[in-house]
Design a protein around this ligand. Structure first.
Ligand code: HEC
Ligand code: HEC
Length: 244
């Protein structure tokens, strides 16, 4: 049993069996990256990959317009998993993110651990959250926050997001990523990708099954709530939205 699973609650003990069944199990457990080399990659790039911070931001909080996600606080195992999936053809984004597989391929498996270890050292504060009013003013559709809160916390035709992603989407490492305070545009894009199957690197199709039960409006509503969801957890106001 990997050490990090001791942090996983019994409610998602299933996660342990899912993880051990996947090829990336060996990547999990203790953080085994060199943040110094990771910093070099993040701030200077490597090979054909430009500096990661040009799109993901100097503090890793992502870029709204480009649909580049927040990496800050997503946690070591999840970032390593995504970089590996991107490099090995299991995740093939379209749009501005279509460049990510090529970039991930510039990194050796050790580089991927190094850059993930560096991202893990980035300060969580100050948070750079999506500005929903600005997105709306710019003419892009946004959702209804309270309706999104209902979807996230209580579910509808789809199971409540919190049942896997934790309270307000704060994440349940190593399998269920932080989705609270993730960038609005990125959340909307991913939910569409899960729904149409163009992103299919979720263990056992869990996210595809959920997204197929969401309407366009549900996607906007859930993303609107999640992008600015308070960084608290029920019964404990001090647990940050982070898998770190
Ligand atoms: C040209 C802009 C750009 C650069 C440079 C870039 N990225 Fe990305 N990255 C993106 C976009 C856009 C996405 C979203 C892809 C999608 O829509 O699925 C993304 C997605 C990711 C993801 C998936 C995150 C998640 O939540 O699943 C990781 C991890 C990542 N990038 C890491 C990196 C690293 C490490 C570097 C530097 C080696 C880097 N990126 C450089 C634009 C960029
Ligand atoms: C049955 C468990 C489960 C439920 C319920 C669930 N998810 Fe997920 N979700 C996952 C898993 C597992 C992943 C990670 C997939 C991977 O490894 O690439 C994920 C990933 C995501 C991602 C991509 C995050 C990133 O950084 O790329 C988004 C966005 C997301 N979920 C949104 C939602 C929303 C919104 C809901 C509620 C409507 C929800 N999820 C409900 C299991 C679940």
């Amino acid at each position: 049993m990997l050490k990090s699973f001791t942090r996983v609650t019994s409610g998602i003990a299933l996660a342990a069996s899912l993880v051990s069944a996947t090829a990336w199990a060996g990547e999990l457990g203790v953080m085994n990256g060199d943040p110094a080399n990771g910093k070099k990659i993040f701030t200077e790039g490597k090979g054909a990959a430009p500096a990661c911070m040009t799109c993901h931001g100097a503090t890793g909080w992502g870029t709204e317009a480009m649909g580049a996600p927040r990496l800050n606080g997503l946690g070591f195992p999840y970032i390593v998993k995504q970089l590996t999936d991107l490099a090995e053809g299991r995740r093939t984004p379209s749009g501005p993110g279509a460049v990510m597989p090529l970039f991930a391929q510039q990194l050796t498996p050790q580089d991927r651990r190094d850059v993930s270890a560096y991202v893990n050292t980035l300060p969580l504060e100050p948070a750079e959250l999506s500005d929903i009013d600005a997105i709306k003013a710019g003419g892009d559709p946004v959702g209804v926050r309270y309706k999104g809160e209902i979807l996230v916390k209580y579910g509808s035709k789809a199971a409540a997001c919190v049942s896997c992603h934790g309270y307000n989407g704060r994440g349940a490492a190593p399998v269920f990523p932080v989705i609270g305070q993730q960038k609005f545009t990125y959340l909307v894009n991913q939910l569409h990708n899960w729904r149409d199957g163009s992103r299919a690197n979720d263990p056992y199709g869990m996210m595809r099954a959920i997204a197929q039960k969401l309407s366009d409006q549900d996607i906007l509503d859930a993303a609107t709530y999640l992008a600015t969801a308070p960084r608290t957890t029920e019964g404990n106001g001090h647990v940050p939205v982070t898998n770190r």
